[in-house]
Design a protein around this ligand. Structure first.
Ligand SMILES: CCCCCCC/C=C/C(=O)SCCNC(=O)CCNC(=O)[C@H](O)C(C)(C)COP(=O)(O)OP(=O)(O)OC[C@H]1O[C@@H](n2cnc3c(N)ncnc32)[C@H](O)[C@@H]1OP(=O)(O)O
Ligand SMILES: NC(=O)C1=CN([C@@H]2O[C@H](COP(=O)(O)OP(=O)(O)OC[C@H]3O[C@@H](n4cnc5c(N)ncnc54)[C@H](OP(=O)(O)O)[C@@H]3O)[C@@H](O)[C@H]2O)C=CC1
Length: 273
């Protein structure tokens, strides 16, 4: 592979990427590993994690520089066990990419309390549990860390998926709070918000028709790639990013600025006649 970044940028560093078995997480783990990092990836399903490890191996990353494990970020005990495994194997964590997440489309009025809670736990709680664990056990003691949270494009709300809109907005606010609280510990905390227009294993489940709607609502008139998102994550995770913290960077082809991104019934259809 070719990288925008200098070879060896992450030598001697350890990166933990949640949801690193597929999509944006895998593209991020791949680039970090290519640049010299030892990488740890996790997900709920071990087959996905194993496929991710196999993809990294096929790219020439040596087995001793990677670790995969099953970990549901919603479960503090599993988070603690996985971070323990990473520390036992690699001894440190320099970079944490909180990429794991997801939701399901549903109108708010049809959402059950359990459905709401499932998505808040998956995106907001899980991110906090992992972040706190890595910070307290690795980054704060080392007085050094780079955390990048992957959110979503929620500046216009998220009609049709209000649970994830609320959770991602929560993560963005958490990003700002921790950037301040942990500046003194040498930890930078940023977020990357992919547009709802990245072609990945994740968006594949929404189908080509919806992807086409979202492509047409993107000023650049194309879908983005996981690698394009990964590049921004990697910059924010690097020591080249010396003066950016508490920021939320969009990677979205201009999507927040224009167009209907998501086909929900027109809320004003009746009024329009
Ligand atoms: C291309 C066009 C634009 C697309 C924009 C999209 C932008 C974002 C893209 C991405 O995020 S890519 C990543 C994609 N991957 C996913 O989103 C999948 C992630 N989803 C999950 O992992 C799970 O669904 C979940 C959110 C973690 C929930 O799973 P959990 O096991 O906790 O739930 P359950 O215990 O089964 O159910 C709890 C509760 O939630 C309701 N529910 C769960 N799934 C669905 C569903 N698919 N549809 C409707 N409702 C769902 C379920 O009914 C339960 O409630 P009760 O019925 O018991 O009240
Ligand atoms: N692609 C896009 O257009 C957009 C993506 N995003 C966000 O970007 C991130 C990456 O998405 P993308 O690569 O596209 O999709 P993927 O579905 O490929 O990636 C999501 C990854 O997260 C893992 N994951 C999900 N929930 C958990 C959990 N509770 N614990 C541990 N791992 C979990 C999944 O593995 P497993 O199922 O095995 O747990 C999977 O590997 C997600 O947070 C997604 O919501 C946001 C906006 C747009």
């Amino acid at each position: 592979m070719q990288s925008l970044f200098a070879a060896g940028l992450f030598s001697d560093q350890v990166a933990l990427v949640t949801g690193g078995g597929s999509g944006i997480g895998l593209a991020t783990a791949r680039e970090l590993a290519y640049l010299g990092a030892r990488v740890a990836i996790c997900g709920r399903k071990m087959d996905k994690v194993e496929a991710g490890l196999a993809a990294l191996a096929a790219d020439g990353i040596p087995a001793e520089r990677m670790l995969g494990g099953s970990c549901d970020i919603r479960e503090p005990d599993q988070v603690s066990a996985f971070v323990g495994q990473v520390l036992e194997r690699f001894g440190r964590v320099d970079v944490l990419v909180n990429n794991a997440g997801g939701q399901f489309p549903t109108p708010a009025e049809g959402m059950s309390p359990k459905g709401w809670e499932a998505v808040i736990r998956n995106n907001l709680n899980g991110t906090f549990f992992m972040t706190r664990e890595v910070a307290t056990r690795a980054m704060i003691p080392a007085k050094r860390g780079r955390i990048v949270n992957v959110t979503a494009m929620v500046v216009r709300g998220f009609p049709g998926m209000s649970h994830t809109g609320a959770a991602r907005a929560g993560v963005e606010n958490l990003t700002r709070s921790l950037a301040v609280e942990w500046a003194t510990h040498g930890i930078r905390v940023n977020a990357v918000a992919p547009g709802n227009n990245i072609r990945s294993s994740g968006t594949a489940q929404y189908g080509e028709a919806l992807l086409e709607v979202t492509r047409k609502a993107t000023p650049l008139m194309r879908l983005g790639t996981p690698e394009e998102v990964a590049r921004v994550i990697v910059f924010l995770a690097s020591d080249q990013n010396d003066f950016v913290t508490g920021a939320v960077w969009g990677v979205d082809g201009g999507q927040p600025l224009w167009g209907d991104i998501w086909s929900i019934p027109d809320p004003q259809a009746e009024a329009k006649g």
